[in-house]
Design a protein around this ligand. Sequence first.
Ligand SMILES: Nc1ncnc2c1ncn2[C@@H]1O[C@H](COP(=O)(O)OP(=O)(O)OP(=O)(O)O)[C@@H](O)[C@H]1O
Length: 452
Amino acid sequence: MTNETWGQVREELIKRVGKNNYVTWIEPLKLALLNNGVARFEVPTIFFGDWVQRNYADHIRSQLASAGSPVERVEFAVGAPSMATAPAPVKATAKPSRARSVPVEDLPGAPLDARFTFDSFVVGKPNELAHAAARRVAEGGPVTFNPLFLYGGVGLGKTHLMHAIAHELHTRSPDLRVLYLSAEQFMYRFVQALRERQVMDFKELFRSVDVLMVDDVQFIAGKDSTQEEFFHTFNALVDQNKQIVISADRAPGEIKDLEERIKSRLQCGLVVDLHPTDYELRLGILQQKVDYYRSQYRGLVLADGVLEFLAHRITSNVRILEGALTRLFAFASLVGREITLELAQDCLADILRSSDRKLSIEEIQRKVAEHYNIRLSDMIGPKRLRNIARPRQVAMYLSKQLTPRSLPEIGRRFGGRDHTTIMHGVRKIEELMATDSQLSDDLQLLRRLLQG
Ligand SMILES: Nc1ncnc2c1ncn2[C@@H]1O[C@H](COP(=O)(O)OP(=O)(O)OP(=O)(O)O)[C@@H](O)[C@H]1O
């Protein structure tokens, strides 16, 4: 076979493996030798060669056979001498791995927020397990669970804990290569590497870290090439016994459009959730923030009962709670007044109103129908098939739990059903929850989605 034939084979391979894979993995191959049933190609690195061997050698062999040059073996070698018949001499392009030489401070991570430390993280019942696991990882030492997967609703402290781990690791071992970034940034970097044909550098860099932390991993769901790359990075680091910390807004199994193999990998380590805050935790966080603000807004007086009022009324998430307090302090310092309950009510009227927003039965029905992939009309219709009746009972149960509506009122909104039917549905779900872990996971997720 000549390089011309190899050119034809490459044309066929584009169709087989797709343009992206072709550009990344096939185009850089240089035919070095074809002899005694062996085709040997020059590759830039050992990793590259292993990868192509595992993923594309069969394609190459079969296309060579179709082009009339059957071979028994396809080999890949770094710096293999090029074929004499090659029209353009093949230059040795093998590069030594540069990844390790990238200094810690130049790793392509996101900046860490200096305020997000363990000291400033208030621990309460809803987050104590997540906090303990994060502390354990931050101690360094032998990897005990990999990955640590933190999940929970919006603004409950996932990012704060990840930054705290990174700060602590940096303090304990300044040379440790800790890389923190969001899943979105991971994708952005990967796409950039593809565009600039720097995929090998990207791979090597991400495989050269000691600790990898990826925030909001749900972002890569449905993004096929990024998922693929993430999966391989993940595996390579786990194989090297490097710590991985991941966060998401829901448990691995609940992330739609995430490949099954990734879900199962993510479940292999320790999966912990940050529960919605309770009153005590909210109050604790407020008290801690007040101590911090006092240094900035000297002389401001906070009346008794204001923090309790806020902790009681703003239940959605910590970010909103913090925002309310910042606004209150800023406003009070501008007008030079004591922070009283009245001032808080006035100044935070919009936040308080949206916190008070009542959930409607229709919203619950819609969310449940969407979750179980059934039609909204079936939710209130007469069908008794199990795959429709069960979600309907789930929606009845959540309507009873999350709204102040009576059973007859709920019945009316479920197609005019009798209140005893609603009671039966609610009881059925309560019974099943004790034994059916999938159902209780579903309920937990739906609650979170509905309550925001
Ligand atoms: N237990 C806590 N103690 C102190 N501050 C907290 C606590 N939980 C959350 N916060 C604060 O609430 C804000 C939001 O937290 P963070 O950004 O970590 O949320 P998140 O769970 O990552 O949310 P998202 O899903 O939006 O990414 C931050 O300012 C953080 O410091």
